[in-house]
Design a protein around this ligand. Structure first.
Ligand SMILES: Nc1nc2c(c(=O)[nH]1)N[C@H]1C(S)=C(S)[C@@H](COP(=O)(O)OP(=O)(O)OC[C@H]3O[C@@H](n4cnc5c(N)ncnc54)[C@H](O)[C@@H]3O)O[C@H]1N2
Ligand code: MOO
Length: 390
């Protein structure tokens, strides 16, 4: 067994950032930006009116009469400078004419034919948005981040039609076990519904990858080999089940028979002891335990970081220290990821940490990560907590 941290390091060393590909803006939301986007021009590119009203120069006295000499609308400027005693009818977003430094909002003037008359107590704000007030030409959206809706809007405002995003890693997901039936089927009295592939696929999608769920493989070396081959072409093959030491735990021997190079098998962690990793040709293989909670937590702590690396994203694993509101018993020799909930401003590990029970996982807010041989902890001690994202 190798330590958890070493397993993670080794797994991350097996993957590399994927090439980037052009993605049209209307498809770019949620994608990982692989190359910086650079603004082509200032925004706004001119001094722009923030309101509907009248562009004027200086501070015309209430009651004075200003001659309206033209109109500026968004997309169509008033040409020619503004003289004293003059005003230009201006609409929101329009370029402010040369010579004007202020927009009197419409509510603050009386219109009188070809003239406007400022009212007493007019709003004194300029309502002129300076050129480049939002961003200047050359402004950047840096690579290595997920494109939020606001970043997509900003990229569009930069004038970029297409963004270079990291290719989405494809993850083939293989469930093994005679007992498994897809949800919706009839598992019979001794069978169960196969849940791992669906949870893992959702995790892959949320992390920015593409999941391909392979047909379930029965506990037979040749059927398993065929199922593994069906995952060819995917960047990562994730298996669930058959990773441990039972007679039917065929994943490691079958992978080796197919020419895979195993990098490690078994980790000093809980859940997740039977995890294996290696390469099968160009494909990275991650073998997860069948226990549903083990599969999901190992997906969270291994697969998501692998996908982030492939997507040119920084790791998002800063842990926060949160005070315990219930004590913890001493930990054993393996890194333990405990399902936990926030409570009264602190954190409490859930009562049952059986890696076969999905219901507490679905209720958990956090994972408490405990190092091997962590001593018993009291209320008020600070625990290292990871966002669970599950
Ligand atoms: N003698 C030992 N027994 C076990 C050890 C050990 O070290 N010595 N390790 C235990 C640990 S830890 C785990 S975790 C499990 C995992 O073993 P496998 O990866 O070989 O998983 P399976 O035996 O195939 O299945 C375990 C459990 O999970 C259910 N399962 C499997 N696939 C799915 C799926 N796709 N969806 C839902 N549930 C699934 C399966 O029916 C079993 O109940 O081994 C311990 N044993
Ligand atoms: O350590 Mo195994 O992965 O739950 O129960």
């Amino acid at each position: 067994m190798i330590p958890f941290e070493e397993a993670r390091r080794r797994l991350l060393a097996l993957v590399a950032p994927l090439p980037s590909e052009p993605v049209p803006l209307d498809r770019a939301g949620g994608r990982a930006l692989a190359e910086a986007v650079i603004a082509r021009r200032d925004s706004p590119p001119f001094r722009a009116s923030m309101m509907d009203g009248y562009a004027v120069s200086g501070d015309p006295a209430p009651g004075s009469r200003l001659r309206v000499v033209g109109e500026a609308a968004a997309g169509r400027r008033h040409s020619g400078p503004l003289g004293s005693g003059e005003a230009v009818r201006i609409l929101t977003g329009a370029p402010v004419p040369d010579g004007a430094d202020r927009v009197l909002i419409q509510e603050d003037v009386e219109r009188d034919g070809h003239h406007v008359v400022p009212k007493r107590g007019a709003d004194r704000a300029s309502y002129v948005r300076p050129a480049g007030a939002d961003f200047a030409a050359g402004a950047r959206i840096e690579a290595g981040q997920v494109l939020s809706p606001a970043l997509v809007a900003l990229a569009a405002a930069f004038g970029a039609a297409t963004l270079r995003c990291a290719a989405r890693p494809e993850v083939a997901i293989l469930s093994t076990g005679d007992e498994l039936t897809p949800p919706g089927g009839d598992p019979g009295p001794d069978g169960i519904f196969a849940s791992n592939a669906y949870g893992l696929a959702a995790l892959v999608g949320a992390a920015g990858g593409r999941a391909r769920i392979l047909p379930i493989a029965a506990d037979d070396p040749d059927l398993l080999a065929g199922a593994i081959r069906a995952g060819a072409g995917a960047d990562v093959l994730v298996t669930s089940g058959g990773a441990s030491v039972g007679d039917r735990d065929l994943v490691a021997p079958t992978l080796e028979r197919l020419g895979a190079r195993l990098d490690f098998h078994r980790i000093a962690m809980r859940p997740g002891k039977p995890v294996l990793a290696g390469t099968l040709g160009a494909q990275v293989v991650l073998g997860l335990p069948g226990n549903p909670v083990s599969a999901m937590i190992c997906g969270r702590v291994f697969l998501v970081p692998m996908l982030r690396r492939m997507l040119h994203l920084p790791q998002d694993d800063e842990a926060s220290g949160i005070a315990l509101v219930a004590p913890l018993e001493a930990n054993g020799p393996r890194t333990h990821f405990m399902r936990a909930v926030r409570q009264d401003g602190g954190v409490r590990a859930l009562g049952n940490q059986d890696s076969g029970r999905l219901s507490p996982l679905a209720r958990a807010d956090l994972l408490i990560q405990r190092p091997p041989h962590d001593p018993a902890r009291r209320v008020g001690d600070v625990a290292r907590c990871l966002s669970i994202g599950l």
